[in-house]
Design a protein around this ligand. Structure first.
Ligand SMILES: Nc1nc2c(ncn2[C@@H]2O[C@H](COP(=O)(O)OP(=O)(O)OP(=O)(O)O)[C@@H](O)[C@H]2O)c(=O)[nH]1
Length: 305
């Protein structure tokens, strides 16, 4: 077990979590950081961007990079995600490999474990997630099963939902961070530009209730965010929702525009909660044909090489 005890040493560095979709990576990061900065949902593969949360301690600062699910590429978007994930893995000081306690280890987990084995210079900590959903025996069996799929610096069972063992996990990760002064100013929870978080909140609101019909076909671009002239209590936000086909546009807009209005209201409330200010949200919808497969569109929507 790695713990930081000396008050004289300050550690700071980066960690990320990988695992197949839906294993609880975003939820875990949120629980560690203590604030909602990544988007969670009951459907897989909703985390598209690398979002950081920061755990501040007197003796350490742990910057968490939340990666999208590592999966076999099917579209250009998938390929880009994978290269993003792999480059993230070599840039961090520790990797948390997440496997849920309540599901047998499968092909997807082994696929990722094999990829991690190739990232030699970064220590990998296996994290058995969702322990609140498993019995003691199941957890014990899973710890053993995990130890057999790779070489891990540590194996830590946690429950993000029940808040169990989160301190232990943070301590283990911090033990792998280099000695360094703090990398970010104290109290700052996320390094993510507000604009991207705002975009994610809009996308989450737009996906609500229609995930089965268009799970991966919505992208959001926040064109502008600025305080209203002469008012310091009101922020104007102009954003675009992009879908791939006119039929999807109709779904998002809904009967007489009702759904889009609801999406706007819901997103606005979330953004107001995040930013702590009143918000006017101007939300438009456009069709960007087959944006998932078009490199130019992808760049425009913020997915870079
Ligand atoms: N009971 C329980 N459920 C959890 C826990 N952690 C996550 N979940 C649930 O598992 C589902 C997936 O969680 P996410 O955090 O979105 O998973 P993810 O690995 O980030 O998923 P992707 O973004 O698809 O890669 C959600 O419905 C969560 O509420 C946990 O500790 N206990």
């Amino acid at each position: 077990m790695h713990t930081v005890t000396s008050p004289d040493i300050h550690r700071a560095g980066f960690a990320c979590f990988v695992g197949r979709p839906n294993v609880g990576k975003s939820t875990l990061m949120n629980a560690l950081v203590g604030s909602k900065v990544a988007i969670t949902s009951s459907k897989p593969q909703t985390t598209r961007r690398v979002i950081r949360g920061i755990v501040h301690r007197p003796d350490a600062q742990l910057v968490i990079v939340d990666t999208p699910g590592l999966h076999r590429p099917r579209t250009l978007l998938g390929e880009r995600l994978d290269s993003l994930v792999l480059s993230t893995l070599t840039e961090v000081d520790a990797i948390g490999f997440c496997v849920p306690a309540n599901e047998p280890i499968g092909k997807g987990d082994r696929f990722i474990a094999d990829k991690l084995a190739a990232v030699k210079k970064t220590p990998v900590i296996a994290v058995v997630t969702k322990c609140d959903l498993a019995s003691k025996e199941q957890i014990a069996e899973q710890l053993l099963a995990v130890s057999q799929v790779g070489e891990f610096a540590d194996i830590v069972p946690v429950s993000a939902q029940a808040g169990e063992q989160l301190d232990v996990l943070a301590g283990v990760l911090i033990g792998h961070m280099p000695e360094s002064p703090p990398l970010y100013e104290d109290g700052r929870l996320t390094d993510e530009p507000e604009q991207i978080l705002v975009g994610e909140l809009i996308r989450e609101a737009a996906l609500e209730g229609v995930r089965d019909e268009l799970p991966h076909s919505i992208a959001v671009v926040v064109d502008e965010m600025m305080p209203r002239d002469g008012r310091d209590d009101l922020l104007d936000i102009y954003a675009h929702l992009f879908v791939e086909r006119p039929s999807q546009k109709a779904i998002v807009i809904g009967h007489k525009g009702e759904r889009l209005r609801e999406v706007g209201t819901k997103a606005r409330k979330q953004i107001e909660g995040l930013l702590g200010t009143r918000v006017f949200l101007d939300l438009r919808i456009s069709v960007a044909k087959d944006w998932q497969r078009d490199p130019k569109q992808l760049r425009r929507l913020g997915f870079y090489d």
